[in-house]
Design a protein around this ligand. Structure first.
Ligand code: NAD
Ligand code: ZN
Length: 241
């Protein structure tokens, strides 16, 4: 059987499906990846701005960068890959979408059971009282302050050097230990987490498929590699109806 058909049949026969997405799935919507050509802002690398240290030193600069990213993301729409995952969720008995993306495009497409392990660019968190709120301002006023306690707000995003929310990890790991199929879409694997998620799923017997435009350090861990753009490949894996 042809590879795509084989994978499609594994997916349609699976009662539990997990999906892990990274910046690559949103690249086809025009949202730059960090390591792609458009990932730079004023010659800063993301690793120099998305850190607690950078925010402590110059919160205004970090917020300016997020305003630039908000401006880009606000004009973008989900692509065929995001939409295909919505369809997949509708037909699966059990489905979880774990995303490293902060752009909110999976929610905009209509996915329901999403765990945003790196947070969401449209949410703020108060550095004083911890309150998390939605904020869709483009641009957000610099510096933004908490409506409840007037503390300084930061993006509700997991920065380099910070830990993921243990509740998100547990929820993800529980799903990975029980899923029959795991799709890993557009994630570089430079972020160590993807590898441990894949190992958890494989260790529990899942069939793991990677979709990426290039080979990654995870490619050797998975059962099948589908080379191509997410927006071309993912729709082929979901049964038409
Ligand atoms: P990354 O930028 O390190 O890697 C992106 C991966 O996607 C690469 O492996 C690349 O080969 C692949 N890719 C690029 N275009 C693709 C396409 N059209 N189809 C399929 N694959 C494609 O991203 P990452 O691994 O997700 O890690 C960077 C971190 O930065 C993320 O965890 C996220 O928190 C953050 N980030 C988020 C966004 C977003 O929300 N859209 C964008 C940039 C960075
Ligand atoms: Zn507050």
């Amino acid at each position: 059987m042809e590879k795509t058909a084989r994978i499609r049949s594994r997916i349609s026969n699976a009662s539990s499906i997990a999906v892990l997405t990274g910046a690559g799935i949103s690249a086809d919507s025009g949202v730059p990846t960090f390591r792609g050509q458009d990932g730079l802002w004023r010659n800063f690398k993301a690793e120099e701005l998305a850190t607690p240290d950078a925010f402590r030193r110059d919160p205004g600069l970090v917020w300016e960068w997020y305003n630039w990213r908000r401006e880009i993301i606000a004009t973008k729409n989900p692509n065929a890959a995001h939409h295909a995952l919505v369809k997949l969720e509708r037909h699966a008995q059990s489905f979880i979408l774990i995303t490293q993306n902060v752009d909110g495009l999976h929610g905009k497409a209509g996915s329901k059971n999403i765990t945003e392990i790196h947070g969401n660019i449209w949410k703020t968190r108060c550095t004083a009282c911890g309150d998390i709120s939605h904020n869709f301002d483009v641009p957000i006023s610099i510096l933004p302050h908490c409506k409840k306690c007037n503390g300084l707000l930061r993006p509700h995003i997991v920065w380099f050097g910070e830990s993921l929310d243990p509740a998100d990890i547990k929820q993800s790991m529980d799903a990975l230990h029980t899923c029959e199929v795991l799709l890993v879409i557009g994630t570089s694997g430079i972020v160590q987490l993807a590898a441990s998620f894949i190992s958890a799923a494989k260790g529990a017997g899942a069939y793991v498929v990677e979709i990426n435009i290039e080979e990654t350090p995870n490619s050797y861990l998975v059962d099948e590699v589908l080379a191509g753009r997410a927006s071309d490949v993912v729709p082929l894996l979901v049964n038409r109806d």
